[in-house]
Structure formats: structure tokens, C-alpha cells
Design a binder for this molecule. Structure first.
Ligand code: ADP
Ligand code: MG
Length: 292
């Protein structure tokens, strides 16, 4: 079932006399439980698109509907505020440096789900389990966590209110190469467990390959190519081909090693081609993400 419908979206920024078309008529849709990867060079409008879907920006024209509800500021004061969550490149955008992990995770539970203190405390442990972090980390502050651990906490925070759609804006771009695959694996696992829909914004073609069901390629605020994951292996548009050419390795075996992807049960990600799976899972995914 289509959960997200984006129709002829435009966003203009006026800078002096010039008008910049950050989005110039973008239409797309997303079926529940799938990942729409949004790829394109810097400045192509990816974050603008994500911000409008997440209710953080208002479009100049066009519509976004989520399960039939038109997305606007008013809708985000209602149930959409719980149903649509975001994860950014920098975990520190979602995490308050002063708060311990438990406070960060309990806040959306108390505010959006109106949980009692003790209910929220139990849920905090469950959320840490879900993102494979040791429960003891609930007492730490962001500065006492590694980059990978911080991003896991940011993901746990996004999951806390039990959303349907998560907008992820370059969630792996600030991480070391070795940690990226772990985070991609985690996001795939959470999607399968919770039937989440993702908008996954990235300029990293390898990461997009690993997580996308559907792909849109953006340039100057427009979609220049769209389709399934094959868009990223056999592009027809010259711009997409140039984007791919900028990737150092496109050899699938090398890409898998480099991303350290883990196998998921075939049923969980039905259209993952056999062989797109991947390296043996490490015993403790957070081992390599020790605090500085
Ligand atoms: P991407 O995420 O693909 O790098 P963005 O959506 O951030 O692209 O930006 C698209 C275009 O809109 C860029 O040219 C950017 O400079 C411009 N832009 C984004 N936000 C603003 C803003 N608040 N004011 C003016 N221009 C903006
Ligand atoms: Mg961006």
C-alpha cells in the first residue's frame, strides 16, 4: 500500500533578486515497508525534499500526503509528529549534549506517547536492545560515546515514538567507513522487524545500493532518473552514470567487503538478490564502536 505520495513539489528560495529552485516539480511515492533512496550531488535538493516530508520546511507549492493526510505544519502538531521521525548526518543534531542517553530516549516517550516515568524507563532498555547497544550506556552523555554509538542512540530516539516513516538524511556520511555497514545493517534489520518505511538520502552510491528498494536520482531540484535498485547499476541517464563513475569501486564483491554487510533472512528483505548478502555478522556489532 502506498503510504507516501509526493506530488509536483516545488521549493523556491529568494536570494536578493534571484530565485533558486531547490525543488522544481518533484513527484514520487513510497509503498509501506520500503526504502526510497534519494541520491544526487550536493545541492541537488535532497535535504530540502526530506525536510518538507518531515514537516521541518514548507513547500512553495505541491503536496505531500502520508496515508491520505496532507503534510503541513498543522498536521505535524497532530499524530504525524509521532508517525514521522528523522535521523540526520550528525547525531549531535538529535542528541542534546547535556542529556544522558536515558533522558534523550525517554523524552519522546513521555511527550508523544504520554508514558509514565517507569514505563519509559523500561522502554529505554528495549530501545537500547533494539539498536544493539549495552543497557549500561543509558547513563552516558553523547561526548562519552563513539560516533557509531551516537548514531545508534539517534536511531533509537527516532524509533522511540513507534513511527511509520523515518527520513534519514545522510545518516552514515559522518561515520568511519568500517562503521557504515553496521549502521546500514541495523537500519535494514529494524525496517524488517517494524515494517518501517524509509526515505534514505545519501550521496554514497554504495550505501544506496545496500538499502534501497526504489531510487530517485536528483539534479538541480528535479528527478532525472527513477526506478528500482537497477538504476544504480545500469543507469540510463548520463548524470546518473557520472555519479556512479565518481564511486571508486563498483565491483559488487569489493563493495560488500567494504560495507561489511550482514545477511538478513530472505523473507525480511524479499527483493535482496541472492548473493547481495554479505559477510558473516560480527559477534558484537558494537565492539568496533568503542568510545573515544
Ligand atoms: P542537498 O541536500 O542535495 O545537498 P539541499 O536541499 O540542501 O541540497 O539544497 C538545495 C539547494 O537549495 C541548494 O542550492 C541550497 O544552497 C539551497 N538552499 C537550501 N536551503 C536554503 C535556504 N534556507 N536558503 C537559501 N537556499 C537554500
Ligand atoms: Mg543535504
Amino acid at each position: 500500500m502506498t503510504m507516501l505520495e509526493i506530488c509536483d513539489l516545488r521549493k523556491e528560495y529568494r536570494t536578493g533578486r534571484a530565485t533558486l529552485h531547490a525543488l522544481d516539480g518533484v513527484s514520487a511515492s513510497l509503498v509501506a515497508g520500503r526504502t526510497l533512496a534519494v541520491v544526487g550531488e550536493s545541492g541537488s535538493g535532497k535535504s530540502t525534499l526530506g525536510s518538507i516530508v518531515a514537516g521541518l520546511e514548507t513547500a512553495t507549492s505541491g503536496t505531500v500526503t502520508i496515508d491520505g493526510t496532507t503534510v503541513d505544519r498543522r498536521a505535524f502538531r497532530g499524530p504525524l509528529r509521532r508517525r514521522v521521525q528523522t535521523v540526520f548526518q550528525s547525531p549531535l543534531q538529535s542528541l542534546n549534549a547535556k542529556f544522558r542517553v536515558e533522558t534523550t530516549l525517554a523524552e519522546p516517550l513521555r511527550v508523544l506517547l504520554r508514558m509514565s516515568r517507569s514505563e519509559a524507563s523500561t522502554r529505554v532498555d528495549e530501545l537500547l536492545d533494539a539498536v544493539h547497544l549495552p543497557r549500561e550506556l543509558r547513563h552516558r552523555r553523547p561526548a562519552e560515546l563513539s560516533g557509531g554509538q551516537q548514531q545508534r542512540v539517534a536511531i533509537a530516539r527516532a524509533l522511540a515514538p513507534d513511527p511509520d516513516l523515518v527520513v534519514l538524511d545522510e545518516p552514515t556520511s559522518g561515520l568511519d567507513q568500517s562503521i557504515r555497514g553496521h549502521i546500514v545493517n541495523l537500519l535494514r534489520e529494524l525496517q524488517a522487524e517494524r515494517q518501517l518505511s524509509y526515505i534514505f538520502i545519501t550521496h554514497d552510491i554504495d550505501v544506496a545500493q545496500a538499502i534501497a528498494h526504489d531510487v530517485i536520482v536528483m539534479q538541480h531540484g528535479r528527478i532525472v532518473e527513477e526506478g528500482g535498485r537497477e538504476v544504480l547499476t545500469a543507469p540510463t541517464d548520463p548524470y546518473t552514470r557520472r555519479l556512479l563513475d565518481a564511486v571508486p569501486t563498483l565491483d559488487p564483491a569489493r563493495r560488500r567487503r567494504h560495507l561489511r554487510l550482514e545477511a538478513l533472512p530472505a523473507a525480511a528483505v524479499p527483493d535482496t538478490p541472492v548473493g547481495a548478502a554479505i559477510n558473516p555478522p560480527s559477534a558484537h556489532p558494537f565492539d568496533e564502536e568503542t568510545a573515544p
